[in-house]
Design a protein around this ligand. Structure first.
Ligand SMILES: N[C@@H](CCC(=O)N[C@@H](CS)C(=O)NCC(=O)O)C(=O)O
Length: 110
């Protein structure tokens, strides 16, 4: 199902034309990961501006030293990226994304 969400977002991005805008949230994720899926589902249902960043889990990308150094030292997905900062742990991601979303809805934040 996450693949469907990923395909929808990618099609929408492609339909927007040649100039590609940068989404507010980037979700480093894997289609077969339930933890990735639940965060993607939240971002979608909340209507937040996000895009997936595919991770080659089967090919060992999360075990790569460079990926761990730059993306998640624990070698896990999902990882949420906001304004260049990356955070792991789906529960913590819900907390931050939910708090930001509430502030946007209440007009305290753009
Ligand atoms: N507590 C973490 C768990 C994340 C997790 O277990 N992710 C799995 C994929 S669903 C993973 O990346 N495992 C690394 C591995 O198996 O090498 C969270 O909720 O984000």
């Amino acid at each position: 199902m996450i693949e469907a969400a990923i395909l929808n977002v990618n099609s929408a991005t492609l339909l927007r034309g040649r100039i590609q805008r940068i989404a507010q949230y980037k979700l480093h994720c894997v289609g077969t990961s339930g933890n990735s899926y639940k965060v993607a589902l939240y971002l979608n249902c909340a209507g937040l501006d996000w895009e997936p960043v595919g991770v080659d889990f089967g090919g060992g990308q999360t075990r790569d030293v460079n990926w761990r150094a730059t993306t998640n030292t624990m070698g896990e997905v999902p990882v949420l990226e906001v304004t260049g900062k990356r955070m792991a742990q789906s529960g913590a991601i819900f907390d931050v994304a939910g708090r930001n979303h509430r502030q946007v809805r209440s007009g305290q934040r753009r």
